[in-house]
Design a protein around this ligand. Structure first.
Ligand code: DGJ
Length: 545
């Protein structure tokens, strides 16, 4: 049958298409993984969160929004992680005040920024400073974790039933308020629930009478069943200790017992808070963690925090948590990102060092195919880089990523993107990316004539746009191009290289690169200190005529 266009059909198709788009625009934000790429969905479409977290004392007044948010927008951030303190929103029991948050939401909208809220409820960096005075002053109703010397710590016990009830009630009130105010606009994208939880103190676990009693009791069958059912997903450390036929925590988890016990109870507590919040407004909700340093003992770092090692315990206790995110302040950035990713978390770096953020951001979006990256304390960063020698700022990187965001999102899906970074102190002088049939071999640029490498290191993200055509975002590197021997034995060469810049909706060539800038056609010599976007066309030729 031949298709006959009647005026009705296009109208119907259009209205159906419109209905689809409409339905998508009503969807609340969500997080998912597709083809190994992590996606944060906004109105049904993937969104790259070029984010940064505020300092802890930067969002306690409404007026701070007026100065901080316009600066961050100017620095090319599109998302800001901001604390919302329980003490601020419920100063007296049952009396809620969201006026400060409301102003931040208004200013964020004016600045075209999104927000991720950090619920500083019962815990922030293990301690309970952000809980209201009426909670902290009543240690009978809201019990504290006890140290080995029997003294109450400045840490609410996760075993406090009233604490969990009141924290959940406050969080539910917050989420209901955000839904009423923001469901349509979707300025608020996600929520982090509590902050870097865990027991900090001697002995590695709460030593209250209640905790001791539970610690000597049989391990809950729900936890045992989950760990048995997910044996293949346990971390090697947990799997090596887990003895399902044992009875008590000590017998079942050996030298890990204190930590697993704390992880289970923090998990149960946070689960209650998350479920209450989601019942009001089901935004994606995640937990962050202070990562242990090498040789630290549980209690020196927050014992029972949501680390990759104990993630199965959290998944058993708190199935409503959407994912776990690392706060990476240690040098081995890439390994931590991979560890979180390999156990099934969408990649979102919740906190990172601001001073080395630039290359780590490229790695997160390019190599780990993450949806978001958020250095800490960004409101203290200068708007303009003060010393050009200190390398590109996170604002420079976000500026480039914003210009390329659609290309990056597509390339993440198609696995046509990769990234690497090299530190000036790196024990490895070079690294290689394999993409689109070529090897991109990168070494730190050498200044001419001194021969010194850039102190800020170097990094790059490579995107395959079309066969043989690549975009390279980076700086501080010299890149040579080889044919991937796994593809064929031809030889690679540079056909064209240029430095490009976004101009409105298009792109312009700033410089055609050749001569010294391509080492006479043999390499791409990036700017040693500044981030640039390069377009490179490669070709291959046979080894013999
Ligand atoms: C990690 C915490 O989560 C942040 O709130 C902040 O305290 C940083 N550490 C600063 O060191």
């Amino acid at each position: 049958m031949k298709f006959v266009a009647t005026p009705l059909i296009p109208a119907l198709v259009l209205s159906l298409l419109g209905a689809g788009a409409d339905a998508r625009s009503q969807q609340p934000p969500g997080v998912r993984e597709v083809n190994g790429a992590s996606e944060l969905l906004m109105r049904g479409k993937p969104f790259l969160a070029l984010a940064g977290e505020l300092g802890n004392s930067s969002a306690g007044t409404a007026a701070q929004a007026d100065t901080i948010l316009p600066r961050l927008a100017q620095m090319h951030f599109n998302t800001v992680l901001m604390p919302v303190a329980w003490a601020q929103v419920e100063p007296e029991e049952g009396r809620f005040d969201f006026s400060i948050l409301d102003h931040w939401i208004d200013v964020a909208r004016q600045q075209h920024l999104h927000l991720i809220l950090l619920w500083f409820g019962s815990w922030k960096n293990a301690f309970s400073e952000y809980a209201p005075g009426w909670v902290l002053g009543d240690i009978r109703r809201f019990p504290r974790a006890l140290s080995t010397d029997g003294l109450p710590l400045a840490i609410l016990s996760p075993l406090g039933e009233e604490t969990a009830r009141c924290d959940s009630r406050a969080f539910a009130a917050l989420m209901a308020h955000v839904r009423d105010r923001d469901e349509r606009e979707q300025t608020v994208l996600m929520v982090q629930v509590e902050n870097e939880v865990g027991y900090l103190g001697l002995g590695g676990r709460d030593r209250s009478i209640q905790a001791d009693r539970l610690f000597e009791s049989p391990v809950p069958t729900r936890l045992i069943a989950y760990l048995q059912g997910h044996r293949d997903q346990l971390s090697p450390e947990l799997a090596a200790r887990f003895k399902p036929s044992a009875r008590t925590w000590k017998e079942m988890f050996g030298d890990y017992a204190d930590e697993v016990f704390m992880a289970w109870h923090y998990g149960l507590f946070v689960s209650q808070v998350v479920e209450a919040g989601k019942a009001a407004y089901a935004l994606p909700m995640y937990m962050n963690a202070q990562l242990p340093a090498p040789f630290e003992r549980a209690g020196e770092y927050p014992s029972g925090g949501p680390y990759p090692r104990d993630q199965a315990v959290y998944r058993a206790a708190a199935p409503a948590i959407d994912f776990y995110a690392p706060d990476i302040y240690w040098p081995d950035f890439a390994q931590w990102v991979d560890r979180y990713r390999l156990i099934g978390n969408p990649v979102f770096v919740a906190e990172a060092r601001p001073d080395v953020a630039s290359w780590n951001a490229l790695y997160t979006f390019g190599e780990a195919r993450g949806f978001g990256f958020s250095p800490f304390g960004v409101d203290s960063l200068p708007v303009q880089t003060e010393h050009p020698q200190s390398g590109p700022s996170i604002g420079d990187v976000y500026d480039a990523l914003d210009a390329l965001k659609d290309t990056v999102l597509q390339a993440q899906q198609r696995r046509q993107i990769a990234a690497l970074m090299l530190q000036a102190s790196s024990p490895r002088p070079s690294q290689t990316i394999a993409l689109g049939g070529y090897l991109f071999h990168a070494a730190l640029s050498r200044a001419w004539p001194s021969g010194a490498p850039p102190t800020s290191g170097g990094g790059m993200m490579v995107i395959e746009e079309r066969p043989n055509d690549f975009l390279i975002v980076g700086g501080g590197l010299t890149v040579t191009f080889l044919r991937d021997p796994d593809v064929d034995n031809r030889i690679a060469g540079i056909a064209e290289a240029e430095q490009i810049i976004r101009t409105g909706s298009g792109w312009a060539t700033e410089r055609v690169l050749n001569g010294d800038q391509t080492d006479q056609g043999r390499a791409l010599l990036m700017d040693a200190h500044q981030l640039q976007i390069y377009r490179v066309r490669l070709y291959t030729y046979a080894r013999r005529p």
